[in-house]
Design a protein around this ligand. Structure first.
Ligand SMILES: *Cc1c(COP(=O)(O)O)cnc(C)c1O
Length: 232
């Protein structure tokens, strides 16, 4: 049986060690528990252990869970987003990690009356099987995003190609940080009032979050190391 308490401690130990190597403080890094494929009991147990940020990948699966869980959970949407589904994301979603094109921005901008906090997803490795904007298109994506008054760009997100060797992800994490610096520079020149909101780097999963923290991650998205293997 999965022992969530042991898993959480093991993940925290890895976070602490990575922060120490990087000379960073642990509270600069948010642990986002990616709960897709796991039931409300497991999520509730991690909540009891103190985790408050949870991520889901499918709108319908999230809707089926949300009402059974405490209302102070900060929900993140990390999955590939279709514009026809975007409008079902309610105010209950704290941060949408996967905005990569105009149609999705447009749909989120129409969503009720509240501002959507978003991350721009970057396909750092230009992997044809992954979504996200190419690194040299990110500033253009940001330029479009600022035209929507109810979108707030909070940072960038990436999913590098899977590898058994976490070191192979390092250049991709670095590339995301560099893309973020470019967006910040552009915002500073063109929309300085928005530049300060750009603070998040969502990068690193079970296999490689240690390296991501060393490269500046502010949000790590961890599923398997917390919940155990998914059945999907
Ligand atoms: C499933 C998922 C994760 C978690 O992956 P693990 O390898 O299980 O930690 C992180 N990010 C995204 C976007 C995911 O879809």
């Amino acid at each position: 049986m999965t022992n969530l308490n042991d898993n959480l401690h093991a993940v925290r130990d890895r976070m602490i060690a990575a922060c120490a190597r990087a000379g960073r403080s642990l509270d600069e890094v948010t642990l986002l528990a990616v709960s897709k494929g796991h039931d409300v009991e497991a999520i509730g147990e991690l909540y009891e252990l103190g985790v408050r940020d949870f991520g889901e990948s499918y709108v319908q699966e999230w809707e089926e869970k949300v009402d059974a869980l405490p209302s102070d959970i900060r929900w993140h949407f990390v999955g590939h987003l279709q514009s026809n589904k975007a409008r079902f994301l309610t105010d209950r979603v704290e941060l949408v990690h996967s905005v990569d094109r105009k149609s999705v921005m447009k749909a989120l901008n129409k969503r009720s009356d509240s501002t959507s906090k978003v991350l721009l997803q970057v396909n750092v490795a230009e992997d044809p099987n992954k979504s996200g904007a190419a690194p040299d298109e990110v500033v253009e994506l940001a330029r479009r995003a600022v035209q929507y008054e109810r979108l707030s760009i909070r940072g960038l997100m990436t999913i590098p190609p899977y590898s058994d060797d976490p070191e192979l992800a390092r250049p991709h994490f670095r590339a995301l940080r560099e893309a973020s610096d470019e967006v910040r520079q552009w915002l500073n020149s063109n929309h300085p009032e928005r530049a300060k909101d750009l603070s998040e780097l969502s990068m690193g999963m079970t296999a490689d979050f240690d390296v991501a923290i060393e490269e500046g991650a502010t949000i790590i998205r961890v599923g398997t190391a917390l919940f155990g293997a998914r059945s999907d």
